[in-house]
Design a protein around this ligand. Structure first.
Ligand code: GAR
Length: 206
């Protein structure tokens, strides 16, 4: 493999609905780590105005950003996304703050090749408000999980977890900041490893 060359890197798409700080962390790897095995070739969003779209465009990454409501149903939205993924040769997908359940159209097209990041030690605190829910439960420890996506909400086989302590008096904002600091290191590392695996699998015709 040529260091820094695109030929040895696995083309992936990142799906995002929010601020895009994890997308940014992966883009930093793409830019500065010549051996990072992934290459982000597309960013998909269901929130056309979100900051993640701006982050992608600023980095020169193509963006597919459409509201699901603009399509007859979710399957039609995902079929349009799938056309984009295939047109760009995407081999795997990393969800990074994509606040939507992935449907059968995409799951069946990328079996075992869609990965999600979640701000808790799953199975604790699934859903949209994991950080708030952990604080409300009064836990002394939460964390970050990376898992393969299935049809459930934040379910699917866990690939990596990292503990994050919760100090007395922490707010949702300060805990989220601590969690993000972990995510920004953990997710690019795990996505890189998966990308290496996906590239090998595709090379073997699987
Ligand atoms: C991240 O903290 C991620 O763990 C969470 O959304 C945030 C996105 O931040 N994902 C979920 O809650 C999935 N259920 P970002 O837009 O700054 O990357």
């Amino acid at each position: 493999m040529t260091a820094g060359g695109d030929a040895g890197r696995c083309p992936i798409a990142v799906f995002a609905s929010g601020t895009g700080s994890n997308l940014q962390a992966m883009l930093r790897h793409q830019q500065h780590n010549p051996l990072w095995p992934a290459r982000i070739v597309l960013v998909v969003s269901d929130k056309p105005g979100c900051r993640a779209c701006d982050v992608a465009r600023a980095a020169g990454i193509p963006v597919f950003a459409e509201r699901v409501a603009a399509y007859p149903d979710k399957a039609a939205f995902e079929a349009a996304v799938l056309d984009e993924l295939r047109a760009r040769g995407v081999m795997g997908v990393a969800l990074a703050g994509y606040m939507r359940i992935v449907g059968p159209t995409l799951l069946s097209a990328y079996p075992g090749r869609i990965v999600n990041l979640h701000p808790s030690l799953l199975p604790a605190f699934p859903g949209r408000h994991a950080v708030r829910d952990a604080l409300a439960a009064g836990v002394r420890e939460t964390g970050v999980t990376v898992h393969l996506v299935d049809e459930g909400i934040d379910t699917g086989p866990v690939i990596a977890q990292w503990r994050v302590p919760v100090d007395a008096g922490m707010t949702e904002e300060s805990l989220l900041e601590r969690i993000h600091a972990v995510e920004h290191v953990l997710y690019p590392a795990v996505v890189g490893e998966l990308a290496r695996r996906w590239l090998e699998e595709v090379g073997r015709g699987r």
